[in-house]
Design a protein around this ligand. Structure first.
Ligand SMILES: [Zn+2]
Ligand SMILES: [Zn+2]
Length: 370
């Protein structure tokens, strides 16, 4: 069957491969680590994100043990083809698979279904670290890692993985904040208008916050259109530096940073308001340095009771919550969240999906199940 694969560490090695269909012999494990027959899923489409581009262009990623080639892709949407006896899933059911699998040591979070918070770092990730991904015609997976989706989510289901990451950040922000004091956030700032930033804006608007989205996005861009439709205010990053937005906009109760630029992340912390929370989600793998006014930043955090935390990946709970949020979003703004999928490219033309175009938000590679 067709798959899109790469040799991690070798630039420009992404290729259309012909691989054998999943046999299931011993490579599917339940969440407890027991061998499981697995559910066979036909892939509908797979999203491409910054991580995939890093794997393709900058030698990031890790192939499965004993092999040099990795099947790419983690942002998946599929349809059940075959179920083992006693399965709770049905043939034809739309599903999304989670990405991370627990570490062999079963650290405390991994043992509790929260490999997204793994302590050892020895976890694996489908399509990224030590496990084949979903850019193939079919895959096999334990039911423990498959999230069923309602048919009405078919056009946005491929956004589930990035949505799960956003929803994890927001659920944690609300959870921690409400643990600290009575908290009724009114005003939020989202930095970055890529898929993650826009999804954060959508999910915050669903929570009825006033949302400001600061980004380098032209007023007539697709991102700007989406921001307008959901009632978020788009600010041009060149005219509104993030560090000054706390003063310009009033007390920012929640700041969600998703630009991929560490200097903006530092500014996002500084712009967070009193009793506010700042959620950092950018994976900044470079080595850039910035100078910060450390006394002022620290004083502000202390006197403002500010909370800053980082978030990565997501577990089943967050995927399930993301499905509810996407469902609510397509009901409230019909046709708008669908706009986030800006291009669909057939697997044969995968190269087109890996080059970035100006109006891209989320490019998706389609497979035979689509
Ligand atoms: Zn991704
Ligand atoms: Zn672990």
């Amino acid at each position: 069957m067709k798959a899109i694969a790469t040799t991690p560490g070798k630039q420009g090695s992404v290729h259309l491969a012909d691989i054998s269909e999943p046999s299931g012999a011993g490579d599917v494990q339940s969440k407890e680590g027991n061998e499981s027959p697995g559910v066979l899923v036909e892939v509908v489409e797979v999203g491409v994100c910054g991580t995939d581009l890093e794997i393709a262009n900058q030698g990031y990623g890790e192939s499965p043990a004993g092999r040099s080639v990795l099947v790419m892709g983690h942002e998946n949407l599929g349809r059940v083809l075959k179920v083992p006896p006693g399965s709770g899933l049905e043939v034809g059911q739309l599903v999304v698979a989670t990405v991370r699998r627990p570490c062999p040591e079963r650290c405390l979070p991994c043992a509790n279904g929260q490999s997204d918070d793994c302590l050892t770092g020895h976890y694996t990730e489908r399509g990224i670290k030590g496990r084949d991904g979903y850019m193939a015609e079919q895959y096999l997976e334990s039911e423990d890692y498959l999230i069923p989706l309602a048919p009405r989510l078919s056009r946005v289901g491929v956004l589930m993985e990035p949505s799960s990451i956003v929803e994890k950040g927001l659920m944690q922000a609300y959870g921690i904040q409400r643990h600290r004091f009575p908290w009724e956030p009114k005003r939020a700032l989202v930095c970055g208008a890529g898929a993650i930033g826009l999804l954060a804006a959508v999910f915050l608007r669903l929570r009825d916050l006033d949302v400001y989205l600061v980004a380098k996005a032209a007023a007539d861009s697709r991102s700007a259109r989406v921001a307008r439709e959901i009632g978020a205010t788009l600010l041009d990053a060149d005219k509104h530096p993030v560090g000054g937005l706390g003063k310009e906009l009033g007390n920012l109760d929640l700041v969600f940073e998703a630009t991929g630029v560490s200097a903006v992340a530092m500014a996002a912390i500084a712009s967070t308001g009193h009793d506010g929370v700042c959620c950092l989600s950018s994976v900044t793998a470079g080595s850039r340095t910035v100078t910060v006014d450390a006394d002022a930043l620290n004083l502000d955090m202390v006197l403002g009771n500010k909370l800053v935390f980082g978030t990565v990946n997501a577990n089943r709970t967050h995927f399930e919550a993301a499905a509810r949020m996407l469902g609510a979003a397509i009901r409230r703004w019909p046709g708008v969240v669908e706009e986030l999928v800006s291009r669909r490219v057939p697997a044969e033309s995968f190269q087109d999906a890996f080059d970035r175009r100006p109006d891209d938000i989320k490019t998706v590679i389609t497979f035979s199940g689509g």
